[in-house]
Design a protein around this ligand. Structure first.
Ligand SMILES: NC(=O)c1ccc[n+]([C@@H]2O[C@H](COP(=O)([O-])OP(=O)(O)OC[C@H]3O[C@@H](n4cnc5c(N)ncnc54)[C@H](OP(=O)(O)O)[C@@H]3O)[C@@H](O)[C@H]2O)c1
Length: 248
């Protein structure tokens, strides 16, 4: 099955955060696509991938040298057609928990969340965008979150996560403008996957209607469909799993 007919045939794709729920979904679907030649699966925690076209490599998104190495490794056999940044953090015991109130803010958690969710993806853009194929549609997609929309924020709370994703969205817009000057066929976007059943969302989904919760594979499939439909005119935008544009 061909999931991404709008990309170059025999595509080379990279997934950063491949050990995560949604990241793993991307790798598995892309590895099974007959038109994808190489899947470069980057993760901090090791993962065993049985498929022969998956090449795994370590990355720590808060370490620029490891991002630079990963970009060099992923482009050694030819330019990349798709890069997905699927790493991210919402909570990590005991220091990082989504803040209920401003009194919960602490410098260490704010720094760590911004490092993983904003600075890391920005540095991934710095090192991976120059590795994209020229003269054909390519996509750099960073997983953001609807709660990073400033316009959509009516509930408050989760300050560090919201801030990190809002700033990520700004990086995406900024990078898209620069990228369009040298590679007009290239698309740089922020994507919202919906609420997905993963370790990241697990503590917060108990009361959610199960019909509103996507499996990681379904979430990845929906986002690959969005990626395939994207045109250069969409570059710099923020899109949900259902193709709807989200206000910044
Ligand atoms: N799940 C949802 O409902 C939902 C909703 C909106 C947006 N999102 C976004 O979607 C993305 C994927 O989330 P998920 O639900 O798949 O979460 P997940 O299962 O917790 O996966 C998160 C991934 O990020 C990786 N990561 C964290 N810190 C890292 C670091 N320093 N270096 C490299 N990798 C690092 C984790 O690696 P380790 O395994 O090594 O920790 C893991 O692979 C995130 O950006 C999240 O904000 C998710």
């Amino acid at each position: 099955m061909r999931l991404l007919p709008s990309l170059h045939a025999n595509a080379n794709v990279a997934v950063i955060g491949a050990s995560g729920g949604i990241g793993r979904g991307f790798v598995e679907l892309l590895a099974a696509d007959s038109e994808v030649q190489n899947v470069y699966a980057f993760s901090r925690s090791p993962v065993h991938w049985p498929a022969a076209n998956v090449h795994d490599h370590r990355i720590d998104i808060v370490d620029e040298a490891s991002i630079e190495n990963a970009a060099a490794m992923a482009s050694a056999n030819g330019p990349l057609d798709l890069v997905i940044v699927a790493s991210g953090i919402l909570h990590r015991d005991p220091v990082i928990q989504p803040e209920k109130s401003l009194s919960d803010l602490n410098s260490r958690a704010l720094t760590d969340v911004l490092a993983v969710n904003t600075i890391g993806p920005a540095l991934a853009g710095k090192h991976f965008l120059p590795k994209l194929r020229r003269k054909h549609k390519t996509v750099f997609a960073a997983l953001s979150a609807r709660v990073g929309s400033i316009n959509d924020n009516r509930l408050g709370g989760w300050a560090s996560y919201r801030m990190s994703k809002a700033a990520l969205n700004m990086f995406v817009r900024t990078a898209s403008i620069e990228q369009s000057r040298s590679l007009p066929e290239s698309v740089v976007v922020a994507l919202h996957p919906g609420t997905v059943e993963t370790a990241l969302s697990c503590p917060f989904t108990r009361r959610l209607d199960s019909r509103k919760l996507f499996s990681p594979t379904n979430a990845a499939r929906q986002l690959l469909h969005v990626i395939d439909e994207l045109k250069p005119a969409h570059s710099g935008g923020f899109f949900a799993y259902d193709h709807a544009r989200i206000d910044f």
